[in-house]
Design a protein around this ligand. Structure first.
Ligand SMILES: [Zn+2]
Length: 388
């Protein structure tokens, strides 16, 4: 007699009913702790602090003592729902209507976690309660905000206890439009800077006595946008610099201001490092400025370096499981924002595969129940293939 299959929809609904808006745990990790303990996992709930940020709870659970060791990773925190009256189903109700599950976190990413947990429970039920190796869950409550008391510290904590990981699947919503259309095998890096041009303040009627920094700023902005940063690489789109704000803050109409600034963000691919990129930007700005514009750039520190997990047996195995369940051959993508994969890649190869991301962070975030069932089947196959 085989055990009944674990129900990813029930797990997802239980998780969605927890109000775990960052930094609140909201009961979501407590719930997972209960489910995983009951399945035989050793569970540690670990809280991290950092001056100036709220304390955050995290969870690490492992079953098995030997390799290979597959980590399933994710976050239970969610972004705020915004105006709750704008939702057709209350954002923390876990409502299912017409075969669709609604709620904040349905795709990003309580739904993905629910499928991974259900698949692990099914796998254990088939293998007498023990995997032929180890399965762990590394779940944080700090992904959607500053991400300083979450995955980055939990990984370090685990490594200090001697935990070694062979591979990781992060259950972030990787698919664009249909389940099975994309695995993320890397992410672009991200860095922010502010371009500051200084001039000389003066009366607007006597421009010859002043130096208007706005003209210089416009020239440098033009120069930095004039040429692409590169034309893309084997696994990445071209890098992109985007200005996000231009600020003078001058409330007076007869005054030439003394300073003007522009904030920008760069999403960069594996043709650059943060330092090579800074050199490139500063040399382009310098060339455009010549000796006539006084400028400097303040760079913000960034923990979002570019990375890629090169296609190989591991990505093939995940892609194979996806194809067997959905009939689709997933794209190996590196698009989108940053994720906790940027921290995990320092410990083991990581790919991201979860639900369809279309409604993430939106009003009426939702997923078809059929996708939850199919994603669970994919994870089950991955576990089967991974542990032979
Ligand atoms: Zn997410």
């Amino acid at each position: 007699m085989s055990a009944p299959a674990a129900d990813p929809v029930a797990i997802a609904r239980d998780l969605l009913r927890c109000r775990s808006v960052t930094p609140d745990e909201g009961g979501a990790l407590r719930y997972l702790e209960g489910v995983l303990k009951q399945a035989g996992f050793t569970v540690d709930c670990v809280s991290f602090s950092e001056p100036g940020t709220p304390d955050i709870e995290n969870l690490y659970a492992r079953i098995g003592l030997t390799g290979p060791h597959l980590m399933l990773a994710g976050h239970t925190d969610v972004v705020p729902p915004g105006d709750e009256r704008a939702w057709s189903h209350a954002p923390f109700s876990g409502d299912v209507a017409d075969g669709v599950l609604y709620g904040r976190g349905a795709v990003d990413m309580k739904g993905g976690i629910a499928c991974a947990v259900a698949a692990a429970l099914d796998h254990l039920a088939k293998t007498g309660g023990k995997p032929k190796g180890s399965i762990s869950f590394l779940i944080t409550g700090d992904e959607e905000s500053v991400a300083v008391n979450g995955t980055v510290k939990l990984l370090k904590w685990a490594a200090e206890r001697g935990e070694k990981f062979d591979h990781c699947i992060l259950a972030e919503p990787s698919n664009v439009a249909t389940l099975g259309d994309a695995i993320k095998i890397g992410r672009r890096g991200s860095v922010n800077g502010t371009l500051v041009v200084t001039g000389r303040q003066g009366h607007v009627a006597y421009p010859q006595r002043a130096i208007n920094p706005i003209s210089g700023l416009v020239r440098l902005i033009g120069a930095l946008k004039a040429e692409p940063l590169d034309s893309g690489s084997a696994h990445f789109e071209p890098s992109n610099l985007e200005f996000t704000s231009v600020d003078v803050g001058n409330p007076t109409d007869n005054l030439i201001p003394g300073e003007a600034r522009a904030r920008f963000n760069i999403r960069y691919n594996d043709l650059h490092t943060q330092s090579s990129l800074k050199t490139l930007i500063e040399s382009r700005a310098g060339k455009a400025a010549q000796d006539s514009v006084h400028w400097h750039i303040t760079w913000e520190s960034s923990n979002a370096d570019v990375f890629v997990t090169k296609p190989g047996p591991f990505t093939d195995m995940v892609a194979g499981a996806i194809a067997e369940v959905t009939g689709r051959k997933p794209d190996l993508s590196t698009t989108g924002g940053t994720s906790d994969a940027r921290f995990i890649k320092d410990y083991c190869p990581v790919v991201e595969f979860g639900l369809v991301g279309q409604t993430m962070h939106q009003v009426d975030e939702r997923t078809p129940v059929a996708d939850l069932v199919a994603l669970t089947a994919i994870y089950r196959k991955v576990l089967q293939k991974y542990f032979g």
